[in-house]
Write a protein that binds this ligand. Sequence first.
Ligand code: FCB
Length: 464
Amino acid sequence: MIDNHSENLKLLKEDFGPDFQWGVSVAAYQIEGAHESDGKGASIWDIFTNTKGKIKDNHHGNIACDFYNRFRDDIDLIKELNIPNFRFSISWSRILPNGIGEINQQGLDYYNQIIDYCLQQNIEPWITLYHWDLPHALELKGGWTNREVVKWFQEFVKICADNFGDRVKNWMVMNEPIVFTGAGYFLGIHAPGRRGMKNFLPAIHHTTLAIAAGGRMLKNNLPHANIGTTFSCSYIQPHRDLKRDQKAAKRVDALLNRLFIEPLLGLGYPEKELPVLKGIKKIMQPSDNEDMLFDFDFIGIQNYTREIVKNSWLMPYVKASLVKAEDRKVPITEMKWEIYPEAIYHMIKQFNKYPQIKKLLITENGAAFKDELENGSIRDERRKQYIQQNLQQILKAKQEGLNIKGYFVWTLTDNFEWAEGYHPRFGLIHVDFETQKRTIKESGLWFKSFLRTKKSVKLNENEI
Ligand code: FCB
């Protein structure tokens, strides 16, 4: 464990090597607001959050961080923190209000301004094409359960490639497919709020096809782009040293960590561990095995914690349950996720076992804690330590020769945290949601000094 004197830690940016990518990640729905501005169509998250009882305290993203109107100021803050790479997502229904068909020029203009402003500030834009906000018009046609969604998505990807590809080099097709299909189409706790296997299985398969199809569309239109996609992952361990808990852990690992990456790499769905996935065969078409493949330039993994798993015959399909961190009496974040920095090291190791992955990046990692604004500053020691301890684990992996090429913090500013509303604060920068005032937290100030190198000082001489 690392003590409070984390300042004394020898954690140097230079140890990660000159080609290591440092960045910060955000997502459109969580920050933009302006949910009906300038021709934007509704997304499934607009509908879900404006339906009573879906989100904690009925919070919604109608205004969020007002990034839509404040993006220049927020990009200035990224620059102030010395962060060279900015990962943000495109709201599909801002560009195609009906999901397909007519293009909303004002939506394109908005993202063009963001891209241009980033470049002007020497910040490299990284686009995520889909971070969960499907146009509502497409959900009315079945959303991710309708096979047509693969074509709809390709159309959207093509428009983004055509309009942004002259300046944007780095692309991520999707964010965390297991989370939006699992929470949105199986558990019903995320938009669009559907439940059950009959929704989940088609959503899984069409998402897998869309990831590969999106990759191909980018490659065909932007042959020199750096093309990736992202997956969530949690380090899974058995509760007890029993065969049945070990097997349960394998099933949960298949569901949470392998379900989407393996078909993409040509390994198929992990049916051996999860026989229920055989149901996907019924909706597969002959060319699908081939069409699920795409050779990405990089894979982004996003890790926050580990999960402890035990056998549970009562749980349908997966026959396993999680032993909550709260019940285990271990340190947790505001999300009730265990603080276990070693998890990120184990996940880097696990994903390194796929020889097909060319480049591995951490595209999200961070923590939510209760932050107190005291005399204008936020002393979020625990967030700072969380990030430092995770970086130490990443450095360990790197020094062992594992493939790991970048680290993006989740996230820039406190924002709308999906089902949890505005309660968990993940930002390096505090937001007062009444006034939209931003205050850089101590964690942000630490990251800023960590990222300050001779090179960046030289680049921005007026900043010394
Ligand atoms: C990830 C999501 C991101 C954010 C963090 C905390 O699962 O990709 O949008 O909510 O968790």
